[in-house]
Every structure is written in structure tokens, then in C-alpha cells.
Ligand binder design. Structure first.
Ligand code: C2E
Ligand code: CA
Ligand code: CA
Length: 529
């Protein structure tokens, strides 16, 4: 995947995108699950309070029915009704005891029989219910009294807190519930609390009975962090994690998958991955570095350094060679112009061009921009056009070279003698330099026929007054031979391999090393190329 100015296949960007694909769905998913969980807590609290209230109402109804059926017994004496009273209390669910009284003066109990005691009736909420901490028999054991009265007196039925605690306890572990009667609260441990500060939580469910003066409060504890969510939504969270991991792996794969060679080249141009390597050009007579040939290298983010033979043909057919050359020229001009003091005057800089670079005036504009970076007379800009490629001599191409010539840009024929158009080029274009191909230079000192071609090319160049550069100079014997025959400049591993520009500039600043005088030994120069 390539965006105009962003190469997402670069390892760190790829990692970044994949991480986003992991983090974003995970974060959004957790957020949605959290919202869902909060809604669930809210509803669960409400549901819980209603459910508990239902149980409470059921108990109260039982007690009230007992009270109603007991009211007629108020007309008789305790001795007459005590058996009946005890029987009722024993047989009615949830009921602990039933007592009979007149205006707060009780005289008969299902547990103790005939017994007199006084009890204030004002505490009863709506005259019906009273939640109490205990009585003399069981002082710390709360109970709920349910009262019903008529003109003959009142009946009070007691429900033990053990029964009340049961529904309060039988709830979710994250939800706490309380029963409230008047100002008194009963918690799930069966403890009566008179002033209760409810825990702060947004998940509060309140259910009040329409019949009885009771209210049930249910509160879900809102613990911070993800732990409660993990506890409640473990499966969803694991599924979410898997989906996010799959999305991240998918993104990683998409961004790293191979694209078309041309697409990859276009991306590399945008990502500025092409680098200039410089190989020194040596004056044959003095062995001084007087120039350099710029040779392109592709620093691919995953593959590493790629040599031009592997991508220049593709760049030529796809039309990307010109933007590539422009990028190279810009980089060289920018860096060299910062180190002008290191360069001798008239420093020769040559770029390789293809015929595809000659179809419009882009090369002229690039040359103008290049030269503008240097003071006049500092740089001698030259283009090397390989003879193996056919260059049409149409009006456009001729105009381009004419204007380049006017600008002071020189033209060199590269790989001279290897193609068929050597002489044609010399006639049609203002050729300043011939580069003797390394395939001929290699055979100097042997009896190979190429040795004679070298002599002939040198002879032709000298007769036409064209400058001669020999490439592929690897031995002292090559250098001596070419120098003796009048070749102006030498280029080859004997003097230096193509190296990154920074390294080239550092080497320029150092004193010139002596060229060894032993014959015919191939110098294996140290190289980073
Ligand atoms: P070339 O223009 O003939 O460049 C000379 C090639 O010979 C370079 O290979 C260089 O590294 C290599 N060379 C230099 N001295 C010696 C030597 O002493 N012995 C041997 N065996 N080889 C030597 P490189 O850099 O791999 O370039 C290969 C070709 O790619 C170049 O051949 C040129 O045709 C093309 N090229 C390089 N850069 C560009 C560019 O920016 N644009 C275009 N259109 N073509 C380029
Ligand atoms: Ca060349
Ligand atoms: Ca060549």
C-alpha cells in the first residue's frame, strides 16, 4: 500500500499501522463492552431490587393474612386462643410469633402464652411495620413486626430477620442490597442500621412496594479499572483480542506484500530511496581526483543496497528514469554545494542518462537547477549516454542537446565501441568525451583483439580532439598503458570503487594516496559498494 508521500511498507510505519489495527479495535471494543457492562449493571441493580422486593412482599402478605385471620381471636381470652395462636405461628411460613394486644398493652403470645408487656405503637410506619434491632429474648437479632388492628385491639406478627436476609443475600456478587423500613435498614448480614450512607455508585436500583411501606435498594459496586469487566465479559474480551490480533496481522501482511516492480520503483522515488554513489575520475598525468561519475544505488528498506543493473531497465521502460535522475541530481547538488571548498575548480561531475531522458526538456531544467547551486567555473557537468541505446536525432532531441551545450553541459559517449552508432553520434551531437569501455581496457597487456580497439579509439579521439576517459582501470599496467597513449582521465577500481557521497567527500579532504607501481596486480580496493 502506498500513499502519495508516505511509504507504509517501511518497517517502522508498517509496525505502527499494525499496532494501530491492534489498539484501535481493542480500545473501541473495550469501550463498547464497558458501556454495555455499565448498562447491564444499571439494569441488574434495578432488577435485583425488584426481585428482592417481590420476595419481601410475599412474606409480608403471608404475615398480613395471618394477622387478618387472627383478628377475631382478640375477642377471646388468651387462655382460650393460645393453642390456636401457636398453631398458626408454627404452620405459617416465615412467621416467628403472633401476639395479641390492646393499645400497646400485649397480653398473649404464641411463644410464651399468657404474658403481659407494653409496646409503643408510634414507631410503626403507617401503623403497619416496624423493623427492630431485637427484643429482650434475642437482643441482637433484628426482626420485622407486622401489625393489624381493629376496634378490639391489635395483632402483631413477627418475621425473623433470617428470612429477610435470605433474599438480600441470594443475589449477584457485585450487587449489594438493603431493605428499608421507615428510617431503619437491614443489610444482607442481618444487621440493623439506623443511619445508612449508601455507597457511591451510579448503578442504583430502588424498588418500593405500593402496598407496604418498604423499599429495597440494590447497588452494583463500580470498581475501577478493567478487572470487573474482565470478570463479567471474559469471553467477549478474548474474542475482541483475537479479532484485533487478526486485524493487526492482516495489516502487517498487506503492507508487506510484494507489489508490481513499477509500483515499487515509484514508491522508492517518493520515499527518496535512491542514493548517489561516486567513483573518482583521475587525471591520467597527475593521478589527482578531478571529477566523479555518479552511479545510482537503491537503498531498499528491506532488501538493502541494490545495484543499478537490476532496476535501471525497468525504470527506463516505465518512464520513471527521468524522475529518478532528477532526484539523483538534486541530492548530489545539495550535498556537493555544501562542500564547495573541497572541490578543485572545474570539478567534473558526470551522470548517466538514458534515451528516455531526452524526450522533453526536463533534463535541461534539471541541469539549470543543478548548476545554479554552484559558483560559475566550479563544476563541469556532463552526461554519459551509453552507445548501446539508440538515440533518435529528432528535432526535440537535437534542441535539447543544443541547449544543454549552450548551458555548458557536456556530453560523453559511454561504453564507446560496444554499439553500432559510435560514429553516427559523433556526427550528430556535440560530443565532448569518449569513454572507452571496460571490456576493452580489461584486455590491455594481452594479445586479445580488444587491445587494438583501445588503440583505435584513442587514435580516433585524439584526431577529433575529443577528451578520452578509460573506465575499468584495474591495474597499474592498464593505467600506464592508457596514460602513455594520451588518455586524459582514468576511472576504475585501481583508484577507487563507487562509494557513498559522504565517504567520497571525506576521501577528497584526505591527501592523495600513492598508486603502487607493481605491474599487473589487481588492486582489490576496499569498497562499501
Ligand atoms: P557504466 O556507466 O558503464 O558504469 C560503470 C560501471 O562499471 C559501474 O557499475 C561501476 O561500478 C563499474 N566499474 C567501475 N570501475 C570498475 C572497474 O575497475 N572494474 C569493474 N569490473 N567495474 C568497474 P554500476 O555502478 O553497477 O553501474 C552499472 C551501470 O548502470 C552503469 O554502467 C550505467 O550504465 C548504469 N547506471 C548507473 N547509474 C545510473 C544512472 O544514474 N542512470 C542511468 N540511466 N544508468 C545508470
Ligand atoms: Ca557511465
Ligand atoms: Ca561503461
Amino acid at each position: 500500500m502506498t500513499l502519495p508521500f508516505l511509504d507504509l511498507s517501511r518497517p517502522w510505519l508498517r509496525l505502527w499501522c499494525a499496532s494501530l489495527c491492534l489498539i484501535i479495535p481493542l480500545a473501541v471494543g473495550i469501550w463498547l463492552l464497558q458501556i454495555d457492562y455499565q448498562e447491564h449493571l444499571q439494569q441488574a441493580s434495578l432488577l435485583q431490587s425488584k426481585k428482592i422486593l417481590g420476595h419481601m412482599e410475599e412474606m409480608l402478605e403471608q404475615a398480613d393474612l395471618t394477622n387478618q385471620s387472627t383478628l377475631p381471636l382478640l375477642e377471646k381470652s388468651c387462655a382460650d386462643v393460645v393453642i390456636q395462636l401457636s398453631k398458626k405461628a408454627a404452620l405459617t411460613a416465615f412467621v416467628r410469633s403472633i401476639s395479641l394486644g390492646h393499645n400497646g398493652h400485649f397480653y398473649c403470645s404464641s411463644i410464651f402464652g399468657k404474658l403481659e408487656w407494653n409496646e409503643h405503637q408510634e414507631g410503626y410506619v403507617q401503623g403497619k411495620l416496624l423493623l427492630q434491632a431485637g427484643n429482650p429474648v434475642s437482643p441482637n437479632h433484628p426482626f420485622l413486626s407486622i401489625r393489624r388492628s381493629n376496634a378490639n385491639g391489635e395483632v402483631v406478627t413477627v418475621i425473623d430477620s433470617d428470612y429477610l436476609v435470605y433474599p438480600l443475600n441470594n443475589s449477584s456478587t457485585v450487587i449489594d442490597s438493603w431493605l428499608k423500613v421507615g428510617d431503619n435498614w437491614l443489610d444482607k448480614h442481618g444487621k440493623l442500621i439506623q443511619q445508612l450512607d449508601l455507597p457511591k455508585s451510579p448503578y442504583l436500583g430502588i424498588a418500593s412496594s405500593p402496598e407496604q411501606p418498604i423499599t429495597v435498594y440494590s447497588i452494583a459496586a463500580s470498581a475501577p479499572g478493567l478487572w470487573p469487566l474482565w470478570h463479567a465479559q471474559r469471553i467477549s474480551l478474548l474474542v475482541l483480542l483475537c479479532v484485533s490480533l487478526i486485524a493487526a496481522a492482516g495489516m502487517w501482511w498487506i503492507l508487506g506484500r510484494p507489489r508490481s516492480p513499477i509500483g515499487e520503483l515509484a514508491r522508492a522515488i517518493r520515499a527518496q530511496e535512491f542514493e548517489p554513489f561516486l567513483q573518482p575520475l583521475i587525471t591520467a598525468s597527475t593521478h589527482e581526483t578531478r571529477g566523479a561519475e555518479v552511479l545510482i544505488r537503491w537503498r531498499h528498506p528491506t532488501v538493502g543496497l541494490i545495484n543499478p543493473d537490476l532496476f535501471i531497465p525497468q525504470a527506463e521502460v516505465s518512464g520513471l528514469i527521468m524522475p529518478m535522475t532528477e532526484q539523483l541530481m538534486r541530492k548530489v547538488a545539495q550535498r556537493l554545494s555544501q562542500q564547495i571548498s573541497l572541490l578543485p575548480d572545474d570539478f567534473y561531475i558526470s551522470f548517466n542518462i538514458s534515451s528516455a531522458c531526452c524526450k522533453d526538456m526536463s533534463l535541461l531544467h534539471a541541469s539549470q537547477a543543478f548548476l545554479n547551486q554552484f559558483p560559475p567555473g566550479k563544476i563541469q557537468l556532463s552526461f554519459e549516454l551509453t552507445e548501446r541505446e539508440t538515440l533518435t536525432n529528432d528535432a526535440q532531441t537535437l534542441a535539447l542537446f543544443q541547449q544543454l551545450d549552450q548551458l555548458g553541459v557536456k556530453l560523453a559517449i559511454d561504453d564507446f565501441g560496444t554499439g553500432h552508432s559510435s560514429l553516427l553520434y559523433l556526427q550528430q551531437f556535440q560530443v565532448e568525451t569518449l569513454k572507452i569501455d571496460q571490456s576493452f581496457v580489461r584486455h590491455i597487456g594481452t594479445e586479445h583483439i580488444s587491445r587494438h580497439i583501445v588503440d583505435n579509439v584513442i587514435d580516433l579521439g585524439l584526431r577529433l580532439g575529443i577528451k578520452l576517459i578509460a573506465e575499468g582501470v584495474e591495474t597499474v599496467q592498464h593505467a600506464t598503458y592508457l596514460q602513455d597513449r594520451g588518455v586524459h582521465m582514468l576511472q576504475g577500481y585501481l583508484f577507487g570503487r563507487p562509494i557513498p557521497m559522504e565517504q567520497f567527500l571525506r576521501a577528497l579532504a584526505e591527501p592523495i594516496p600513492e598508486i603502487p607501481s607493481t605491474t599487473d596486480s589487481i588492486i582489490v580496493a576496499k569498497s562499501t559498494a
